[in-house]
Design a protein. Sequence first.
Length: 342
Amino acid sequence: MKKIMKQVAAIDVAQDELVVCLGRLDESLNKELFAHKTFGNDLKGFASLADWVKKLSVAGLAVRYVMEATGVYHESLAYYLHEKKLEVSIVLPNKISNYARTLEVKTVTDRTASEAIALFGLERQLDIWSRPAAIYLQMRQLTREKGQLLDERTVLKNQLHAELAGALPNKKSVERTQKRIALLTKQEKEIMEELKGLLKADPAMKEMVKLLSSIPGIATLTAATILAETNGFDLIRNKRQLTSYAGLDVKEKQSGTSVKGKSKISKRGNKKLRRALYMPALAAIRCDERFKNIFARLVGKHGIKMKAAVAVQRRLLEMSYTIYKTGQPYDKQYLKKLGGNQ
């Protein structure tokens, strides 16, 4: 048997289960997928997975556990494997999906997805994942909770408006709805105070949030959301990856000269990021001449205001990444230094 040079445990992560494929690469660079199994996405499943991989893998050669960044469902497994001092690589979903298309797999299942991840892991030199700072998880919990409260309050306000617009509003119903709205408003303020306290206790994070807040339209909450949802831009290597991760990358449908559909954003990424940037983009368009001009130019080009607003969202996100990397606050000459309104 030829010497094994690399071995990978590829995991397609779902809410309740882990579909695993084991692969190895020999000295002749031949790839082999030699075992498949499904485990529960819980502590018992994690332990069974680690034992199964150990039994089937070559002793003395590290196994790289490779998985996609699938919302929050992969996190517990990644933390477990990291604590066991096993090698973990987490890959952005768009990287795997783009790679899988090159394999020309006709039927997409959890098993074929795990096989694509295994082949990707065998072919590429992937970075070893390290556990992000706890503050990112805490910030994400708070910013997401606030988003949920805002959704609930919006529903209640709409219900209250409908009740008051009726011919005979129910007084008690109106009072109960108003109390629930007041409670949500109080809890929203508590969350913001907790978030500010969290930032105050971490001067470096507070400074980074301040830097991102220098961008027109972006305030503390949006800056904290961007950092929390990307774990401080962990796994992100360039702006293209970032926009794809957020689902703000543009997809076009075109086939030769006969079929050409309208371009649109993929919406396949992190919807929390897209949502967090929507209102800041509108604020930037209203308050900053540069973004106002970008918006006007794009509307003049294709006549679709929503499409132009999404383009501004994308610019804000890319600018956040640049400022995070450089440590320099936003300045009004930013776009000119990049070559104008690009």
